[in-house]
Design a protein around this ligand. Structure first.
Ligand SMILES: NC(=O)N[C@H](N)C(=O)O
Length: 501
């Protein structure tokens, strides 16, 4: 076993107390910022009494950090961090601190993204970007987004403390994106789309429920809301090598297969619509049923129509030249539609509402098929609204086409996942790493407009996500960190510091 420093790696022959006292004294007398931390980590004990830096950083510290981040919330009784909210800014500061602790150069950009970079041996080379998101849904779990950030920071920290990060062939940059869920402004990927250069300037005028626009929020937080600022956030594609994201699966396949990691082949395209149904507001006790123009049952009928269409697209769609290369099977296998938010005005039990509005989220692996569904749905919805004498408007709030992950990058990630799983399995070979399609959207979708993308999925309990019940085993957090580390180690050219812990 070769070591980068005198106190890294396993040392036998000391009892724990002697070792810690010795390390503590050394840390006091060596005037280096980094050495005390190394000393502490090098002497951390694992359950079997052996010192194992990988376990300490990639598992124990990573899970502790996920819990810390999971407590940074705008609400007292649940986890909620939306784009540039006070809790999001606090979470960004925390990520900043951990990036610095991992030896990264850090900065924030004009869209609230937090960056940490390690230059490696070739600071002007094309950078490997690794990212995920800082924001959460309302009443979120603690792993969605955060796991990818913590895995990347932990893996880079390990490379740093073992003296390997300066051997990286290319710069590695971790980016904590400010908005992937799109909760506050109903338009997802504000952070990653800005970096990919696909964020339209019109986004600055989008308003949240309080009426505050993206422009207002940026003015208050970063102080520059010019379109020029927005344009300058875009990365030059020639400065980027590729983008990698680690994320919880948010589905049940890995758990069902009994494996901690999987590779993503592609991400379903998605569209978000807002439907508003306007009727005639009135008294619940006095307007006869035959004389009502009630938007609530109209909305209910539209929602049931959506469900029927998405459950049985074959019964509704005929494939013409517009989507001639679509197959109904591909569409039917991946099509999912959701109404997640509904509101009425004035929302009182004794008032026939004047207005009902609801969101529709439509996803499919097949973009033309998704368009065909939206077209068919819209025309049937308008007919239903006419029949019921209510006025309907359908707005498109967000679109992202399906994305295919890069085959070569995916092969490398698969190898890294396989190696990590083998290590977790005591060196025994595991089953093949599963390859999955993602029904959930990811920052990788926006980043695919800039560079090649690849993703690793991590098993979560019951496949549950977007819920406080979301859970990832500590050992699976470790597997995620190990896979990231292994992938990064494959980016180290000639042996710089061979280290076998
Ligand atoms: N990973 C996710 O949950 N991403 C998205 N916000 C989504 O799929 O809606």
């Amino acid at each position: 076993m070769a070591r980068c420093g005198p106190f890294l790696g396993r040392r036998r022959g000391y009892d724990a107390v002697t070792a810690v006292v010795f390390a503590f004294l050394l840390c006091l007398i060596v005037p280096s910022f980094r050495l005390p931390r190394l000393c502490f980590l090098a002497f951390a004990e694992d359950g079997s009494g052996r010192r194992d830096l990988r376990r300490v950083i990639l598992r124990d510290e990573a899970t502790a950090r996920l819990n810390v981040l999971g407590k940074i919330s705008d609400a007292e009784d649940h986890l909620e961090r939306t784009f540039m909210s006070p809790a999001s800014l606090r979470a960004g500061n925390q990520i900043h601190e951990w990036m610095e602790d991992a030896g990264m150069r850090t900065w924030n950009d004009g869209m609230g993204n937090v960056h940490g970079r390690v230059d490696g041996r070739n600071p002007s080379g094309k950078a490997l970007l690794i990212g995920s998101h800082l924001d959460t849904v309302v009443d979120a779990g603690i792993f969605d987004g955060s796991l990818g950030l913590i895995s990347a920071i932990s893996a880079l920290k390990l490379l740093n403390v073992t003296g390997k990060s300066s051997g990286l062939e290319r710069p590695v940059e971790v980016i904590a994106f400010s908005d992937e869920e799109g909760i506050r402004f109903q338009s997802t990927f504000l952070g990653s789309a800005a970096i990919a250069g696909i964020l339209p300037p019109s986004i600055l005028n989008f308003a949240d429920r309080s009426g505050a626009t993206v422009r207002d929020v940026l003015m208050e937080t970063v102080g520059d809301t010019s379109e020029k600022n927005l344009r300058e956030l875009k990365y030059d594609p020639n400065s980027v090598w590729g983008y990698v994201e680690v994320h919880i699966e948010q589905g049940p396949v890995l758990e069902w297969r009994g494996l901690p990691l999987g590779i993503v082949s592609g991400i379903a395209g998605q569209t978000r619509l807002r439907v508003t149904v306007r009727g005639s507001q009135g008294h619940a006790g006095t307007v006869p049923m035959s004389m009502r123009q009630d938007p609530m049952p109209a909305a209910a009928e539209l929602i049931v129509l959506l469900e029927s269409l998405c459950k049985h697209p074959v019964d509704f769609l005929s494939f013409d030249e517009y989507c001639k290369d679509s197959t109904i099977e591909v569409l039917a296998n991946s099509l999912v539609c959701t109404v997640g938010e509904i509101s009425s005005w004035p929302s009182a039990s004794n008032v026939i509402p004047g207005r009902v509005s609801f969101t529709i989220d439509i996803r499919a692996m097949e973009d033309k098929g998704r368009e065909a569904v939206i077209y068919e749905l819209s025309s049937r919805m308008y007919k239903t609204c006419d029949r019921r004498s209510v006025i309907c408007t359908i707005e498109r709030k967000h679109d992202a086409n399906a994305v295919k992950c890069d085959p070569e990058l995916s092969t490398r990630l698969k190898l890294a996942a396989q190696t990590a799983m083998k290590e977790m399995n005591g060196g025994m070979d595991q089953q093949e790493v599963p390859v999955l399609m993602s029904g959930a959207g990811h920052d990788a979708m926006a980043m695919s407009h800039l560079t090649k993308v690849g993703m690793i999925f991590v098993r979560c309990r019951g496949g549950v996500s977007h819920s406080p019940e979301e859970h990832v085993l500590d050992d699976d957090v470790w597997a995620a960190g190990l896979a990231t580390l292994t992938f990064l180690e494959s980016q180290i050219g000639s042996p710089f510091c061979v280290h076998t812990m």
